[in-house]
Ligand binder design. Structure first.
Ligand code: SF4
Length: 236
C-alpha cells in the first residue's frame, strides 16, 4: 500500500470519505461492524453508497441476544446484502475455552481466539477496512485518525470526528432504530459477559470490561499493537 494514495482523501470524513473509498477500492474493502449501540450510523452510510459491500460481524458466541436481533433488524431495514458472520475456530474453542469461561480467567486470550484470529482470517484478501470508531470514546481512541495504515492495510475511520450529539442527530435524521440495550442504560455494547450498563457521553465505554484495565479487544491494532498514522484531522 503506497501511502501517497491517501493524499486525495485529506480533509474528508463521514460519507464524503466513505464514498470515494468504496468506489476507489471496490472489491478490496471490508466494513467491520459490531452491530452495537452506534453501528447504525456507519451501516446506513454504507447502505446508501453500496448495499453489497462486505460487512464483517464477529459472532464471538458471547453476544447479547438483543445484538443478534438488532443485527437482523438493521440488515433488513438497510437492505445490506454483504454481511458475513464470522465465528471462532472450533479447534480454538475446544482447546482453550471448552467450558466457555475463558473470558473470566484471561480476557485477552478470549478476545484473541474469539475476535482477533477470526477477523484476521476474514480480512484475508482485503486491502482496506472501514470501521466506526470515534475519538469521543476516549482512551486509545482519542487520537484516532481518519486514515491510517496497519499491517499493510488501509484503515478508514469515517466517524472519527463524530460526537455523541452527531451520532444522535444522524440517527434521528434518518429515523434509524436504536440498539435495544441503549434503552436499558448501555452506552456501548460488546459481549454479554464483559459489558455492563453504564457509560456516559463523556465516557461511553465505561461499561466495557468494567473494573478491569482492559479497554480494547485488540482487533483494531497492528500485530505490534501500534497504529501508523498517515493523515488526520483535528476537528469535525
Ligand atoms: S469481549 Fe469478553 S467474551 Fe467477548 S471475546 Fe473478549 S473476553 Fe471474550
Amino acid at each position: 500500500m503506497d501511502r501517497r494514495i491517501f493524499e486525495s482523501y485529506a480533509g474528508l470524513e463521514g460519507r464524503q470519505l466513505l464514498e470515494p473509498i468504496l468506489r476507489d477500492f471496490a472489491g478490496r474493502t471490508a466494513v467491520v461492524s459490531s452491530f452495537g449501540a452506534e453501528s447504525a450510523v456507519l451501516l446506513h452510510m454504507v447502505s446508501e453508497v453500496n448495499k453489497a459491500v462486505p460487512v464483517i460481524f464477529l459472532d464471538t458466541g458471547k453476544h447479547f441476544w438483543e445484538t443478534l436481533s438488532y443485527r437482523a433488524k438493521l440488515i433488513d431495514r438497510l437492505g445490506l446484502t454483504g454481511v458475513r458472520i464470522i465465528t471462532p475456530a472450533e479447534a480454538d474453542l475446544a482447546g482453550q475455552d471448552p467450558d466457555g469461561t475463558l473470558h473470566s480467567r484471561n480476557a485477552d486470550q478470549c478476545c484473541h481466539i474469539r475476535k482477533t484470529l477470526p477477523l484476521a482470517k476474514a480480512l484475508e484478501g482485503f486491502d482496506v477496512t472501514v470501521s466506526g470508531r470515534k475519538r469521543y470514546h476516549g482512551a486509545a481512541r482519542a487520537t484516532l485518525d481518519f486514515l491510517s495504515i496497519a499491517d499493510g492495510r488501509l484503515k478508514v475511520e469515517p466517524l472519527a470526528g463524530f460526537s455523541a450529539l452527531d451520532i444522535n442527530a444522524y440517527m434521528k435524521a434518518h429515523d434509524l432504530p436504536a440498539h435495544p440495550l441503549t434503552g436499558l442504560g448501555y452506552f456501548s455494547v460488546g459481549c454479554e459477559p464483559c459489558t455492563e450498563p453504564g457509560g456516559s457521553s463523556s465516557d461511553p465505554r465505561a461499561g466495557r470490561w468494567a473494573g478491569a484495565t482492559k479497554t480494547e479487544c485488540g482487533i483494531h491494532w497492528t500485530v505490534n499493537g501500534e497504529q501508523v498514522t498517515l493523515a488526520s484531522r483535528t476537528s469535525h
